[in-house]
Design a protein around this ligand. Structure first.
Ligand SMILES: *Cc1c(COP(=O)(O)O)cnc(C)c1O
Length: 388
């Protein structure tokens, strides 16, 4: 019997090494990784620049507590704010922590402006925000919530992409709206630009904060540092994680001076947050992502992949139903139970990640090149051909 808590359905594949867009089993079997640790390994496995930064930092300082100034911390915070809407950043170790920080700031902000009765947050059906008690209470996944009751109070769910439903759910107790621009776990469901802009208008009209969860779609995945930047929507709070550390535990909660004014020493914290190892990695990831042309390349390769997938949907309409997403955050809805397809692709050494809504997530490292895209499409084509 395994001594691992059985919260994951693990395949028999063992992975012991990674390089670029490939993962390797101990016997040398090579897998094309179009899952990237679920949108985490943004620069691929063991990216030389990021690996060097981590090794160098490991020989200098691992941890010294947030009681002291740390050069890597101020540098990463300065760079993230310079590249975004934000004025202030808090660092944590996981997406759930970044979301928690945002949810706490929402309540504290409304309290600080004399509206303590405003504590409720409108969230979306199909949304996913992490696994802490507050995060599962915010999220739309029944399985994640069941048996953990009583949940954290203060979340009202509205229909995704339905602005009048959101408006109907606003009450005198509403403090904020929380949304993913592209629902990742929910099945690569894309929020329309009109919906997100409509949420901003509702927030302005009702004195609410707009929190955007970019843990999965952010950090370059859709061809910009953050997806909301492409859609021209101004958030008050943004949570980021996954791609920000390329596999090193790192997360960030970004906000404006207006909101951050409610925070002061002692009201929030994290022992490992802004750990020097994480800051070194985060800065190294930004070195690569913020270089000229990086995001343009994500868009180009993402379009190639999406076009190829759409062609396969047309060719195999009995197997593949629809392509969703943008940039390198793509989803393929299948006619058969999606795990069957995920497993067949795995057997042909192509790794993808299942999501809700019978969708296979295709979220390769952002450094993926056209040649890998063609390799991946070829595998899907072969599997479909053998299927029909
Ligand atoms: C993965 C995810 C989270 C949770 O991140 P963890 O690092 O697992 O805590 C939160 N929000 C979104 C949108 C995610 O995709």
């Amino acid at each position: 019997m395994s001594s691992i808590l059985p919260v994951y359905r693990r395949s028999d594949i063992t992975i012991s090494r990674g390089e670029g867009v490939y993962l390797f089993a101990p016997d040398g079997t090579r897998y094309l990784d179009f899952a990237a640790g679920i949108a985490v390994n943004s620069l691929g496995h063991c990216h030389p620049h990021v690996t060097k930064a981590l090794k160098d930092q490991a020989g200098m300082l691992w941890h010294c507590s947030n009681m002291y100034q740390m050069p890597g911390l101020s540098r990463l915070a300065d760079r993230l704010t310079a590249a975004s809407f934000a004025d202030k950043v808090f660092f944590g170790n996981s997406g759930g922590e970044a979301v928690e920080c945002g949810l706490k700031m929402i309540r504290k902000y409304q309290d600080s402006v004399g509206k303590p009765e405003r504590f409720r947050v409108i969230t979306m059906e199909g949304g996913f925000h992490g696994r802490t008690l507050a995060c599962i209470s915010a999220g739309g996944n029944e399985v994640a919530r069941k048996g953990y009751e009583p949940l954290v109070d203060g979340f009202d769910r509205a229909e995704f992409n339905n602005i009048s439903d959101v408006e109907r759910k606003i009450t005198d107790e509403t403090a904020a709206i929380l949304v993913e621009p592209i629902q990742g776990e929910g099945g690569v469901r894309v929020a329309s630009q009109a919906f997100l802009q409509g949420l901003r208008k509702l927030c302005d009209a009702h004195g609410l904060l707009l929190m955007i969860d970019e843990v999965q779609c952010g950090m370059g995945r859709t061809g910009a540092l953050f997806t909301h930047q492409q859609l021209g929507v101004r958030p008050d709070i943004v949570s980021a994680a996954k791609g920000i550390g390329n596999g090193f535990p790192l997360a960030a909660c970004l906000t404006t001076d207006k909101v951050a004014a409610c925070m002061s020493p002692g009201v929030h914290g994290s022992t490992y947050g802004s750990n020097p190892l994480a800051m070194a990695v985060g800065n190294a990831v930004l070195d690569v992502m913020l270089a000229d042309g990086f995001f343009d390349q994500v868009k180009i390769v993402g379009d190639q992949l999406k076009t190829g997938l759409q062609q396969l949907v047309q060719r195999f309409p009995k197997l593949l139903l629809e392509v969703r997403g943008t940039g390198l955050m793509l989803g393929l809805r299948t006619a058969m139970p999606h795990m069957e397809m995920v497993e067949k692709l795995r057997a042909q050494k192509l790794l993808t990640a299942p999501a809700e809504d019978n969708v296979i997530r295709i979220v390769p490292p952002l450094i993926v090149e056209e040649v890998h895209v063609q390799q991946g499409l070829q595998v899907i084509e072969n599997v479909c051909e053998a299927w029909v």
